[in-house]
Design a protein around this ligand. Structure first.
Ligand code: KG4
Ligand code: ZN
Length: 337
């Protein structure tokens, strides 16, 4: 069995996966969302302190598996340095105490493998990875071979949902609340510019949209003066613009890439409207759309464990003294290539 640990941001999670059957034997996640909501975003030091309390509590529940473990896997990058440290420290102790192999897991690759927690793996495929930290389209050919086809030049999509919600004092995380408000809103009330619409670049950019939303809120008298309908209409117009941006750039990639399977992974993959738009785009290009079970879209240790199964098969192990957690930097994405 492999025990896996996730602490890259504000979710403390541990899973145990059986190597021979690929079955998830144990899975638990404690989210800190409500603790961070009052600050409108994740406070790294608070997140780190909460991991230090919750991870050992969850670990207690996995003791019955300790005798059967062959490896311990942990997310070591990218993410918040101080929170990654909590998981990495626990994994190092377990590996050395129980004499286990140690597997270092890239968080983005774990999101990609979330696709295979409940179904057989398949390759190759194109993937849209959309989370709080990343927005990219990837060509996934195998465990070893992943290429970035497009990435964001500034903010990520999840981050822009979070900021849009924060500007309207709607708490954190912003994705689910903006999506829910958008259902009741008039998406044509505000005409936010579609990013990079006239640019030949195959890339994403969300910072201009964020600014347009900020200016619109100011024009309506500031967050305190928004009516409920204003908030719904801003949410709907914002989401419509995000979807138009995603469709325009993805369409260009779909015209070029002949691979027939396409998947959406990461926290934002929970968004119904984005899924529906890709469903239509995939039909137009004769591609099959794959989605991740809702409970595994956001950060979790089950996907870390699923990735670790393949790493274990390939003996992709890491020395205890060499594993490092690395603070997220935009150019760290390049490590995937
Ligand atoms: O993958 P994830 O759990 O953490 C990171 O790796 O960043 O993604 C979290 C992000 C947050 O920004 C959150 O607002 C967004 O996913 N999110 C959504 C939805 N549910 C979560 N964004 C749009 N629509 C949703 N339904
Ligand atoms: Zn994530």
């Amino acid at each position: 069995m492999i025990l896996s640990i996730e602490s890259s941001c504000d979710d403390s999670s541990i899973a145990v996966t059986e190597i021979s059957t690929k079955k998830l034997l144990f899975y638990k996640k404690i989210s800190q969302e409500s603790e961070h909501a009052k600050y409108g975003g994740v406070v790294p030091e608070l997140a780190s302190r909460l991991h230090a309390v919750t991870l050992p509590k969850i670990l207690e529940e996995t003791k019955e598996y300790f005798g059967s473990l062959k490896a311990v896997a942990v997310t070591n990058e990218p993410g918040l340095g101080v929170t990654l440290m909590e998981g990495v420290a626990m994994a190092k102790s377990l590996a050395s105490m129980l004499e286990l192999q140690l597997i270092a897991v890239n968080h983005l690759k774990a999101h990609i493998y979330s696709l295979f927690i409940e179904k057989e793996s398949f390759f190759p495929f194109l993937a849209l990875l959309v989370s709080g930290g990343h927005t990219m389209i990837l060509r996934v050919e195998s465990y070893e071979k992943i290429a970035i086809l497009a990435t964001t030049m500034d903010d990520s999509i999840g981050e822009s949902y979070d900021k849009c919600a924060k500007m309207m004092h709607l708490g954190y995380p912003g994705g689910p609340v903006i999506e829910a408000l958008a259902i009741e809103g008039d998406r044509d009330r505000f005409n936010f510019p579609i990013p990079l619409i006239n640019s030949p670049l195959i890339a994403f950019s969300l910072s201009g949209l964020k600014n347009a939303v900020r200016l619109q809120i100011e024009a309506l008298g500031g967050a305190e003066n928004l009516t409920m309908q204003d908030k719904r209409d801003i949410a709907a117009s914002f989401q419509k613009t995000i979807i138009a941006h995603l469709m325009q750039k993805s369409n260009k990639i779909f015209e070029r890439e002949k691979i027939e399977d396409f998947a959406i992974v990461g926290g934002v993959a929970a968004n119904r409207a984005i899924n529906d738009a890709f469903d239509t785009l995939c039909k137009k290009h004769n591609k099959r759309l794959h989605s991740v079970a809702l409970q595994y879209c956001s950060d979790n240790a089950a996907m870390v464990g699923r990735y670790a199964l393949d790493a274990y098969g390939k003996k992709d192990f890491c020395e205890i003294s060499k594993i490092e957690s690395i603070v997220s930097k935009k150019d760290k994405n390049r490590k995937l290539l």
